[in-house]
Ligand binder design. Structure first.
Ligand SMILES: Nc1ncnc2c1ncn2[C@@H]1O[C@H](COP(=O)(O)OP(=O)(O)OP(=O)(O)O)[C@@H](O)[C@H]1O
Length: 716
């Protein structure tokens, strides 16, 4: 990080603090991130400027500068002049040299107003507003005192010339009093705006830190409820930056920038008023200097926006800073030169006294100083406003409507979808599906057909790119996402367990108060109670992802979902790791819960087992992101639709449950779908069941051959 010592030309900017001289800004230390020259070992080099600019804009045509291949002197001279003019023009603010390569994004597309940003920040510090009010009063006291300090000091100084001891003593007393007021004012202001090293500094920083903390908490809780699509498009680094530096920057606005702006505006106005009282021509000349200085500072602040975002413009940064530094020093000194010239003439002419000129010069310094601070803090404020836009946008993504009760009616209306990371691949295309309250719907389809995507949309992990998704008639995006997810039970294929006891794992995330009996009832419904009781400490046994089998974890996850008593239950291959018997039992339990409890529920199940699918009220067959068939199992078989047959047949061929088959060799009625190479009507086919541990495998035997051509099996 840059210090004053690393830039020798900055030393002239730091003057010792004395009662008669306002503290001069030590610029790089004030805001190091904005003036970080660590990567610029050399001081600004203007030759770079000319070389680069020549390359950009100077390319005189050969014919203009040469005659028969020889350069004409007049042309050369003219060309050189023009070149220098071009170089200078390109280096001026807004010139071509400052332009950045087209592909670089230098800022936010959407502007945010200072007023709206400040209003949001004001809301954020609602409970600490009294601190800010008190601090502002301190600020005003300190600023007024500062303005009068010079006035009183000059009186004391010039009284001492006349050696009126008592008056000097009175003046000293007055100065001491003002010093005291200044001290308390600054300390008091510092309580609200901890920006300077005051005695209370460490305590005072707590206020700003609490602002940052509050903002981070709010932002973080907002992030937790974002769609998964949000995390597809936002990188972890960006979010960390929002939580880290952006929150700091936004908190700095109230705690620092506004404080400094108000303080310096007050002091500047005080100084300016006094200057006009002393001598209006002198005051006008200083005012003109201040306006130019403010313009230069603001211009530099604009470049800061780029400097922060881009790594490859350190050269421009150096030049911009050099120009700024040059302007500041010269403008500052010019006010003193003007003051001495005009003021000297005015003293000779008898218009003002030496004392008045002294006061004038001192107030000039204050005014320049105040202008510098206001300009610098304004550009810093603009940066913070830019940062606040992203922070507030994320915070605003919070709640929607909470319904009194969720009935469980789900409607997909012309829903199309593609994932943000693969915009060219259409995953769902114009899906229209109405699921009624308490209905059990099975989604089937080949791998990649979009079953889980439908569930992802329902859980609002993503939003449809087209069409509407309604729950109980309300657009899903208008509903309070936290409330909605509390009312939906979701069990995935690979549920996660936390390293804590089984009971706590079942209770995890349950939004209502439950007792041990409720937990055990849910575990019994999920056929998990017996195996839990066989663990060393029953429900108190500590488990984690590695200590239980896939099927046991699924049963705990199902118990967890049942305990919440959700209005909508989604099972995304939630029983895939269960043995056939457990799966059969759980399927029955889910069905009976749905029918027998007071609170009915809508169930959406994605499964590949025939037995599970058969239990559904309706089967929805997906292919390539579209619904191709829909109906009861028997209806679909009767229709003989090729998609359903191929999907269901192939899947179930490998996952038939053994209890239907007592013998190794059985004859079953097998539905044979339309296929050119196979007969088009039902026929008896010999099948063979082979038990391979977890699943029984079904081989379709045609004659002596073992084949897998039969695409669906009807065990009815
Ligand atoms: N986060 C994602 N980003 C991009 N593409 C995705 C994402 N998740 C899924 N996909 C793609 O979307 C398509 C549909 O996936 P989906 O998981 O919905 O299929 P599925 O029918 O549930 O498959 P399976 O039965 O294998 O679980 C697939 O081509 C998949 O590669």
């Amino acid at each position: 990080m840059l210090t004053l010592l690393s830039l020798p030309n900055l030393n002239s900017l730091t003057l010792a603090r004395s009662p008669l001289r306002p503290p001069r800004p030590s610029l790089p230390l004030r805001n190091p991130s904005r003036l970080n020259f660590a990567s610029t070992p050399q001081p600004p080099q203007f030759p770079h400027l000319s070389i680069s600019a020549v390359r950009l804009s100077i390319a005189p045509p050969k014919s203009a500068s040469s005659v028969n291949g020889f350069a004409s002197e007049g042309f050369v001279e003219e060309g050189r002049d023009r070149r220098w003019i071009e170089v200078l023009r390109s280096a001026l603010p807004g010139g071509t040299w400052w332009e950045l390569p087209g592909h670089v994004d230098v800022g936010d597309a959407e502007p945010v107003t200072v007023v709206s940003a400040l209003r949001r920040m004001w809301d954020l510090i609602a409970q600490d507003r009294w601190v800010v009010f008190v601090a502002f009063v301190g600020l005003v006291v300190a600023a007024v005192q500062t303005v009068f300090f010079i006035f009183v000091s000059c009186i004391v100084l010039f009284l001492s010339q006349t050696s009126h001891g008592r008056l000097v003593a009175f003046g000293d007393l007055d100065t001491t009093l003002l010093d005291g007021i200044s001290f308390f004012g600054s300390e008091w202001r510092g309580y609200g705006f901890p920006t300077e090293c005051t005695a209370l500094d460490s305590v005072l920083r707590c206020f700003r830190n609490s602002q940052v903390k509050r903002m981070r908490e709010k932002l973080y809780s907002s992030l937790l409820f974002q769609d998964i699509s949000f995390f597809d498009s936002e990188t972890v680094g960006d979010l960390t930056s929002r939580l880290g530096s952006d929150c700091q920057q936004v908190a700095r606005v109230i705690g620092n920038d506004l404080n400094m702006i108000f303080r310096n505006v007050l002091q500047g106005i005080g100084a300016l008023v006094y200057l006009f009282i002393l001598s209006w021509p002198l005051a006008l000349s200083t005012l003109a200097t201040c306006i130019v200085l403010a313009f230069v500072i603001l211009l530099h602040g604009q470049f800061d926006k780029w400097l922060k975002n881009l790594a490859d413009i350190s050269l421009r940064q150096s030049v911009a800073y050099g120009l700024w530094n040059f302007s500041y020093n010269n403008l500052y000194h010019s006010t003193q030169v003007v003051a001495v010239l005009i003021g000297g003439a005015s003293i000779v002419a008898g218009h003002i006294t030496v004392e008045q000129l002294t006061k004038y010069i001192l107030y000039c310094e204050w005014l320049i100083y105040a202008t510098w601070w206001v300009g610098d803090n304004l550009s810093s404020l603009m940066q913070a406003v830019g940062a606040s836009e992203k922070v507030f946008r994320l915070m605003d993504l919070l709640p929607g409507v909470k319904l009194q009760r969720l009935l469980g009616r789900i409607e997909f209306v012309d829903v199309s979808f593609h994932y943000p990371s693969r915009t060219m691949v259409h995953i769902l295309q114009r899906v229209n599906l109405s699921i009624f309250p308490n209905e059990v719907v099975a989604l089937v389809g080949l791998s990649g057909s979009g079953k889980s995507t439908i569930v992802n949309l329902l859980l609002r992990f993503y939003e449809p790119t087209d069409g509407k998704l309604l729950i109980d008639g309300f657009p899903l995006k208008d509903l309070d996402i936290k409330w909605l997810r509390e009312n939906i039970g979701y069990v995935g294929q690979e549920p996660r367990l936390f390293r804590m006891d089984v009971g706590s794992n079942i209770r995890y995330g349950c939004p209502r108060d439950v007792n041990q009996e409720d937990v055990e009832l849910a575990a019994k419904q999920a056929y998990a109670h017996d195996f839990i009781m066989s663990l060393p400490n029953g429900y108190q046994t500590t488990v984690d992802d590695d200590l239980l089998s896939g099927g046991q974890k699924q049963r705990i996850a199902i118990a967890r979902a049942l305990l919440r008593d959700p209005s909508i239950l989604i099972l995304d291959e939630a029983t895939s790791a269960l043995d056939a018997e457990s799966e059969h039992n759980i399927k029955g339990v889910l069905r009976s819960v749905n029918e027998n409890t007071k609170k009915k529920r809508t169930v959406i199940v994605i499964a590949h087992r025939l037995s599970t699918i058969q239990a559904a009220d309706r089967i929805v067959v997906l292919d390539g992101g579209q619904i191709v068939e829909m109906g009861r199992h028997s209806e679909l078989l009767k229709k003989g639709g090729s998609t359903f047959s191929s999907i269901v047949g192939v899947r179930f061929m490998w996952k038939l449950m053994p209890e239907h088959h007592d013998d190794d060799d059985v004859h079953l009625f097998v539905h044979v779908p339309l296929k050119k190479s196979l007969p088009t009507h039902n026929r008896d086919v010999q099948i063979k069941i082979e038990d391979s541990g977890l699943f029984s495998e079904l081989y379709v035997v045609k004659g002596t051959k073992i084949g897998r051509e039969i695409l669906s099996v009807n065990l009815a």
